[in-house]
Design a protein around this ligand. Structure first.
Ligand code: RP5
Length: 164
């Protein structure tokens, strides 16, 4: 069976400078992904088509990044039972609070796992962790990544604790 892909969707190409942080993680973990610009408001028919066909098209998880009145993740989640991770984008005068509330406050029955404002890296890691449930090689890569993070902090602690 082919590896499941991640759909990495953004509401506008203006979101790309943040969203590319997720793409970099997929590259480093060798996770297949497809990046698209699809807008809940500007291209609603394409969002519906993408999300309702996503499972049949080999996707296992969908990430949706959007700013302002950020309905993208919720609309995608309405059309699929694949796990959907929302990234609220800090793209407006409200510093992303508008997008955070629009993404996180989903009604009962249609969940969206919302990460921090501009939290592209954590969205990618969460997607990887979901895929790793049935992928031992990926599970081991993620475990090694965690161990390296721990080792890096311990090394910094050892260095700084010498300072008087
Ligand atoms: C949202 O509106 C997008 O996700 C983006 O964060 C924000 C601004 O979009 P542009 O006006 O830059 O295309 O739909």
């Amino acid at each position: 069976m082919d590896k499941l892909k991640v759909g990495l969707i953004m509401g506008s190409d203006s979101d790309y400078p943040v969203v590319k942080g997720a793409a970099a993680i997929f590259e480093s973990l060798n996770i297949p992904y497809e990046m698209r610009v699809l807008s809940a408001h500007r291209t609603p028919a394409q969002v519906t088509a993408f999300s309702s066909q996503a499972r049949d098209n080999g996707f296992g998880v969908i990430i949706a990044a959007a700013g302002k009145a950020a309905h993208l993740a919720g609309v995608i989640a309405a059309h699929t039972t694949l796990p959907v991770i929302g990234i609220p984008m800090k793209s407006s005068t409200f510093d992303g609070m508008d997008a955070l509330l629009s993404t996180v406050q989903m009604p009962k029955g249609i969940p969206v796992a919302t990460v921090a404002v501009d939290g592209a890296e954590n969205a990618a890691l969460l997607a990887a962790q979901i895929l790793a449930v049935y992928d031992k090689e990926l599970f081991e890569k993620l475990s090694a990544m965690r161990q390296k993070m721990t080792d890096d902090v311990l090394a910094k602690d050892a260095e700084l604790s010498k300072v008087r």
